[in-house]
Design a protein around this ligand. Structure first.
Ligand SMILES: Nc1nc(=O)c2c([nH]1)NC[C@@H]1CN(c3ccc(C(=O)N[C@@H](CCC(=O)O)C(=O)O)cc3)CN21
Ligand SMILES: O=c1ccn([C@H]2C[C@H](O)[C@@H](COP(=O)(O)O)O2)c(=O)[nH]1
Length: 279
């Protein structure tokens, strides 16, 4: 995925250092970028300059679409990626709204499914299934009056779908992006899988997804690995994606679907890199 290498290089060349009080680790930061993914065929854009955890990304997305609020549910879906934010961040541990071990509180899908009494995921699904695009097909997880009820504000916070001539498009918005870990390991995959899955269950052809990022950063303790290891590598050809065609409805996604219903075919990559994670 060439555009990923270019973004990381641009952060190194033109980024500015910004202190971060939540994690205590400063970040080399670039403001404003857009990635584009062509989802009209089986070819799938994914980082190949290190081995990235495709299952982690899909498990998180399934958890979000189901409104999961516990790191335990995410582990059952196949990822430990929410363990630290649920159980190790001191601000959340002392928040009176936290309901014990593994609780993440009201985050992502739990917010969207109860957004002032409206289930935004269901609304978008129902409209698209009926060939309706009211120019407001927006799933958002961003609800400032409930931030104190969750362990982290959503990073990828808004997904805006659009229909044109039988083709479904997606514009996704991310306010804050950990380029070595979150973007490579989770977010690029999630944008594409979300569009492809929504197209499949609403009966449309998937078109193009665009992924808009405001604050794209590399944490101080990740810079060396990015500069001296990952950016020295050349991208390999993209794999293809297979999504189980038996997934036909939102109810399927909410009930029996697992990460085994999503497969990368011929994913070739360079070796894994262990990047530090800031909680
Ligand atoms: N600092 C930070 N960066 C993030 O990307 C991030 C957060 N916090 N908090 C919330 C979620 C959790 N996400 C995560 C969490 C862990 C990994 C991670 O450890 N990835 C490893 C592989 C882990 C595995 O294979 O299970 C990687 O190499 O990508 C990635 C994304 C994305 N988000
Ligand atoms: O899907 C995700 C979730 C989180 N991140 C990263 C971006 C930041 O490094 C942290 C969140 O910190 P904030 O202080 O809330 O901005 O997690 C990501 O890249 N992708």
């Amino acid at each position: 995925m060439k555009q990923y290498q270019q973004l990381a290089q641009r952060i190194l060349d033109h980024g500015h250092w910004i202190e971060n009080s939540r994690t205590g680790t400063r970040c080399l930061t670039l403001i404003g970028t857009t990635l584009e993914y062509d989802c009209s065929g089986p070819e799938f854009e994914i980082v190949t300059t290190r081995k990235v955890p495709f299952k982690l990304a899909v498990a998180e997305l399934l958890g979000y679409l189901r409104g999961a609020t516990s790191a335990k549910t995410f582990r059952q879906l196949g990822t430990r990626s929410w363990d630290a934010n649920a159980n190790e961040n001191s601000q959340w541990l002392t928040n009176p709204n936290r309901q014990g071990e593994d609780d993440m509180g009201k985050v992502y899908g739990a917010v969207a499914k109860d957004f002032g009494g409206i289930d935004l995921i269901r609304k978008v699904y129902d409209n698209l299934k009926n060939n309706c695009d009211d120019r407001g097909e927006i799933i958002t997880f961003y609800k400032p009056d409930e931030f104190d009820k969750g362990c982290l504000r959503p990073c990828m916070h808004t997904h805006n779908f659009a229909l044109s001539n039988g083709t479904l498009y997606l514009e996704s918005y991310q306010r804050s992006c950990d380029v070595p870990l979150g973007l490579a390991g989770a977010n690029t995959t999630q944008v594409q899988v979300l569009l492809r899955l929504m197209a499949q269950i609403t009966g449309h052809q998937a078109g193009r997804a665009r992924h808009h990022i405001t604050n794209a950063h590399i944490y101080d303790n990740q810079v060396e690995l990015m500069r001296d290891v990952q950016l020295k590598r050349s991208p390999l050809p993209n794999p293809k994606i297979w999504i189980n065609p038996d997934i036909k409805t939102l109810e399927d996604v909410e009930t029996w679907v697992t990460t085994d219903d999503f497969k990368l075919v011929n994913y070739q990559s360079h070796d894994a890199i262990r990047y530090p994670f800031s909680v």
